[in-house]
Design a protein around this ligand. Sequence first.
Ligand SMILES: O=C(O)CCC(=O)C(=O)O
Length: 267
Amino acid sequence: MNTTLSSTQISSYSDNGFLLIPDFLSAAELAAWRDAIESAMEARGDAVLPRDDDPLLGASRTVLYQRINLWMDHPEVRRLVLHERIGQMAATLEGVDGIRVWHDQALYKDPWANPTSWHQDNTKWSFSARHAITIWVALDEVDARNGCMFFLLGTQRHRLETDFPTGAPMNAIFTAHPELTVIDPVAAELPAGGCSFHNGLTVHAAAANMSRHPRRAMTCAFMPDGATFNGTQNVLPDRLIKGLQVGDTLNDDEQNPLIWHASGTSA
Ligand SMILES: O=C(O)CCC(=O)C(=O)O
């Protein structure tokens, strides 16, 4: 894994709200990621979340075929994706001391699937933080034809109070926020094995898959250590929700493991 970050990459991420690393995985590493994720997806079956009380069970595949927290039931996914060096990259890009996993997410776009509509990630989640960050790893080459992501430069600086669902009309966010219409979207084309990082507030979308092959991506969203519960359940299990008050720190190591900390400690 190419996990070195230059000062130019760090400042580009900070200015733009995203960074592309086309040479992230070697060919052998890409093969290992594909094997692990395919096997975890197959083992997971119909369940979106690794729980019996899965509120997302039966979620539509019109936009994305998604399986969340594969790390929880597949040790090889945990070893590859919750890697300390990936956590360190996320912490470095965000300038924070510690990084916990929010959730991983395999995101496959079936052939002919709809676009993923424009949204911010952090407005969906159970914590509100400026320093949330996601790695998105291309398991297949992606371009505008088969559903690559698009980013709106600089939008990480403003939280939009409304959540825009990924299945919403593509113009929903622009109708509500005309100030975004002046920004030219940047296409995140990547070779297989390349990755992008984006901030949890960066407005982004993905194109429709106009090819006859699935577009496979593996992602992991991270939260800064110390992030607190904002009252939204999202992917948190009932067993945790029952004991959480708004303002409590989300530091349950079975749900949100610490994968890198400047002090050298991790779960
Ligand atoms: O893969 C996609 O289509 C969208 C990905 C996305 O929205 C994300 O990773 O935050």
